[in-house]
Design a protein around this ligand. Structure first.
Ligand code: ADP
Length: 380
């Protein structure tokens, strides 16, 4: 019996899942190591958190995961390790088997995603050392969006920058891939669908017949909607101002835009939606107002790209759980055919609409997309 391990290594976390390899993989265990590099903790789903040695790195985190899995599933034979890798560059539109040549190529994309790609590849190296016999595969957050039309793929810069790879890539592709599959299964008649993936990272995607035609995220995971700590869409003139008038260097600006902005920066309180919803601090109220305003604005833009919409899907920690955010996004959108039932919305029901646009709440599952790709690779 062979098994698949999925690894989703971020800057300070490593999410994992163990699957039995079947046509539709069956999840056996999953969990997360948090605060890698600091007070690291391993938390298996449903189990208590366990402290790891302080300063545990990605290799140490994976070793702790393997120790945990060898206790809970001593018979597991991992034959494929599937990795979430944020950036697949301009060409990868599908998962790829990781060879030394491919890894070197992916390292070359690190400047496109400096805060994510090196950590993803640290996870790859740790898994290769731990499972020298297993096949390793990369599934990219950018891949799902690679079929975008040119006008949605480019910036209005001199052409040489596009040729070098300065493009609108789009991210959260594993989540959108999963949601596109669920929409096809649950509501196959829907053709023009907007998906709002609202988590700590947040973006939206326009799907036509299950394929991405537009995304709010661009060259980096900073663009589009405001997020927990990321700014979202920003006039590039602001970056020039920060450099020229505030004397900030690239590292300081990067830190500001990735970790000090968004809901956290606006509210001065927290990046956590639950805390903001519970607060009556005017800055928290403004941060929420801005979050909702930008989602509504992008919803209109995506409806224009699609020529109208048939479906709207909410997913991600906020999209799946925050009835107030969904209600505010949908309020007054009857001109677009969107209307929701308060009762269904408050219950996080799978379908919450009362109007012609089918509004759905679908828990996303990025790990299963990786596991399915691993099965497909093993079968190929
Ligand atoms: P990540 O992008 O890190 O995977 P998640 O998808 O887990 O993040 O989303 C985290 C966000 O979801 C946080 O802002 C959290 O406050 C929010 N969230 C989780 N549960 C709820 C809830 N019941 N109501 C409102 N927001 C929630």
């Amino acid at each position: 019996m062979s098994h698949i391990l999925t690894v989703n290594a971020g800057s300070s976390s490593l999410k994992y899942a163990l699957y039995r390899a079947k046509a539709e993989p069956v999840v056996l265990a999953q969990g997360k190591v948090g605060r890698i590099g600091g007070a690291a903790q391993l938390t298996p789903a449903g189990g208590p958190a366990r402290d790891l040695p302080p300063g545990t790195d990605h290799a140490g985190a994976l070793a702790a995961v393997l120790a945990e899995l060898s206790e809970s599933h001593p018979d597991a034979q991992v034959t494929v390790v599937g990795h979430r890798v944020v950036h697949g560059g301009p060409d990868y539109a599908a998962p790829v088997e990781l060879t030394p040549k491919v890894i070197a190529q992916l390292e070359g994309f690190a400047p496109y995603a400096p805060l994510h790609q090196p950590h993803n590849l640290a996870g790859v190296r740790a898994a290769m050392a731990a499972f020298p016999q297993a096949r390793q595969i990369a599934c990219f957050d950018t891949a799902f969006h690679r079929g975008h039309p040119f006008v949605n793929d480019t910036f209005a810069l001199p052409r040489r920058f596009y040729d070098k790879g300065v493009r609108r890539y789009g991210f959260h592709g594993l989540s959108y891939d999963y949601i596109a599959g669920e929409v096809a299964r649950r509501a196959p008649a829907l053709s023009r669908v907007v998906v709002a993936h609202l988590g700590n990272g947040a973006s939206m995607c326009a799907l036509r017949d299950g394929r991405s035609v537009a995304s709010t995220m661009g060259f980096s995971a900073l663009d589009g909607l405001p997020m927990g700590t990321r700014c979202g869409q920003l006039d590039p003139g602001v970056v020039l101002y920060l450099m020229q008038q505030e004397g900030m260097d690239a590292d300081q600006i990067s830190d500001l835009l990735y970790t000090e902005s968004g809901l956290k920066g606006m509210s001065g309180l927290s990046n956590d939606m639950r805390e903001l919803q519970a607060s009556d601090d005017p800055r928290a109220v403004e941060a929420l107002d801005y979050f909702v305003f930008r989602i509504r604005r992008e919803l209109g833009a995506m409806a224009a790209v699609l020529g109208g919409i048939d479906g709207l899907v909410f997913c991600g920690g906020i999209g799946e759980n925050s009835a107030p955010v969904r209600a505010r996004v949908c309020a007054g959108m009857d001109w677009l055919g969107i209307a929701v039932s308060d009762t269904a919305n408050d219950a996080n029901a799978p379908v919450i609409s009362t109007g012609p646009v089918q509004v759905m709440v679908i828990p996303t599952n990025e790990e299963i997309v990786i596991a399915r790709a691993a099965v497909a690779l093993a079968d190929a």
